[in-house]
Design a binder for this molecule. Sequence first.
Ligand code: SF4
Length: 203
Amino acid sequence: MEVARPGKYIYPDIELDRVEGQVIEELKSNSQQVIPDPAEWLDEELKKNILLTTVDAVINWGRRSSLWTAICFPACCAFEFIAANGPRFDLSRFGMEILRASPRQADLMVTAGTLTWKMAPNVRRIYNQMAEPKWVIAMGACAISGGIFRSSYSVVPGYNRIIPVDVYVPGCPPRPEALIHGIRMLQRKIAMRTNISLERLKQ
Ligand code: SF4
C-alpha cells in the first residue's frame, strides 16, 4: 500500500490535472452569458425621484403659488383683505403674504374698495406698470359694479371699465373666506394657462 509522505499527494499528478481541467471546462461552458447587474435598487430610486411633467405645469405651479399683490386698496373692503393676511386666515399658506409697494414686483391686483373716476387713472397706471403675466380680483360689490354708490356721478361702476378682471368676489364686504375662495379660483385659472405659443415656436 502506498503511504502519503510529506510533499507528495496520494493521487497521481495526472489525475489532479484532469479534475482541475474538468472544473475549468464546466465553469467556462456555464459562463457564456453576462450576469445581469443587481440593480433593482436603481429602479426603485428612479421611481421615487423622477417626476415627468410638462413645462406648462411647472411654470403655472410656480406662478399660482407665489402671487404677490400690488398695494391698491381704496376703501373699506381693504380691511377684510388685511384680515385675510392676518394669522387667523393666513394668506401665507398660498405663498402670497408679500404685498408690493412697487407694481413692477406684483402680479396680482385685489381691487378692495370703491373706485372714483378721480382715482381711476392712477389705478390703471398701477395696473399697466405691473409685471406680465398679471391678474385682477374684483373684491366686493363696489369693485364689481360700483355697489351702493353705483348711481353716483363720481364712482366707477366696476373696475372692469378700466382694467380686465379675472375673478369676481361678491359681498359688501366679502369675508376673508370668500376672498380666499376667489384666490383659489384664480389659482385654478392660472393652472390652465398655456405658456408656450405655437406661433412663437414657429419663428
Ligand atoms: S363693497 Fe361694501 S365694504 Fe366693500 S368697499 Fe364697497 S361699500 Fe365698502
